[in-house]
Design a protein around this ligand. Sequence first.
Ligand code: HEM
Length: 418
Amino acid sequence: MATEPQDKRSGGWSRRRFLTAGAVAGAGAVAAVAADHVLQGSLRSGKEAATTATQLSGDNSRLTFGRQTVSFDGPVQAGVTIQPQAHTRLMAFDLVESVDRGAIRRLMRLLTDDARSLMRGVAPLGDSEPELATVPAHLTVTVGVGARLIRVAAGESFVPGWLRPLPTFGIDRLRDEWSGGDLVVEVASDDLVAMSHAARLVTKSIRSLAVVRWMQDGFRHAYGTHPEGTSMRNLFGQIDGTVNPVPGTDDFAEVVISRDGWLAGGTSLVVRRIQMDLDTWDDIDRVGREAAVGRRLATGAPLTGTTEHDEPDFDAADSLGFTVIPDFSHMRRARSENRRERIFRRSANYEVMDQHGRPESGQIFMSYQADPVTQFVPIQRRLDELDMLNEWTTPIGSAVFAILPGCGPEGMLGETLF
Ligand code: HEM
């Protein structure tokens, strides 16, 4: 099944022809096509072989999306609003002790120059691997700050009231190694090499001013595997991200973007590293899994609907009088009557080896909202009290940052702090 789209892209190459061409099943589509191309090419004239090569390259967008760029300049940093890329790296830094206001200004200048250049697909000054910058594949570099950085740069009165660690929740098993930070940089791209290169460059540029505190890598579906705008699937197999404000709308601006003083055009980012126990999740049948969230696994539709974006009917009851969408389901508990208590979720999956050498899976939960204390915290409180998903999920990291406003072509990130 997985080879179907590849068959289409490679100009009518059927799966059967693929296999009869001598390709080893499982060796990967690219290797198989290449192997067959060599075989066929040796039997044909140069021109025929060239035609085959063109056919084999298939859908050219596969080759050209690597050059596609996202504009750095704008009132809101692009990484908050664009369709989430396949790969994301969140890096939190601690400022070195000696940092003062002047050093923070330098730090912002460096980050701005790096981000602007890398997002254009141009190697910034001092890039020792400049070739790696030329395929940005929708690269974004997004910068946020913690309270200490704001204090040093501009003074206590500039620190938003909400910029502090979240309250402690009963479900939390937080680890220092995944929490806190004075500065956060999210580097995201549809190409892993571009992401890795940009992340290294940023880290190199600022290493005399800030040291890495934690780094989290997340992934979503590869670019081109789903139509634009499709919600991702998390590692429980659920469609995740359905109920979200839509970037570009007034509603989004209202829920997500700050209008306050120096932060106008910025927002807040809550990062929660949440382990997901896939082994015990495996023990639950499909009915139980769908009840846990209140939505169908196949379509993401609410249990009372048929398509993903159908409005759920929380009052609908079955013949025994039980609500069709259980009161303990994640969706029911996360939903508030208060329209202000909404957030913009833009999470990614992760998979690593845990400290005991066992595979660990989870979600890098990321939510943006104008004010986490009045928007995120009430939701998390309700989920903390009761949420069927808590059975399989454990928050192990937590951090809150102020995402800086965007800036114009001549501007610098954080300029309103100075
Ligand atoms: C690993 C942890 C989590 C998983 C697997 C998860 C999964 C999901 C899924 C599958 C949905 C339904 C589809 C959708 O609207 O996206 C959903 C909805 C939602 N989740 Fe989560 N979630 C997690 C953590 C959280 C956390 C920590 C919060 C916030 C504190 C949260 C807030 C929400 C909200 C606000 C909705 C939309 C509810 C509505 O329908 O109005 N989730 N989540």
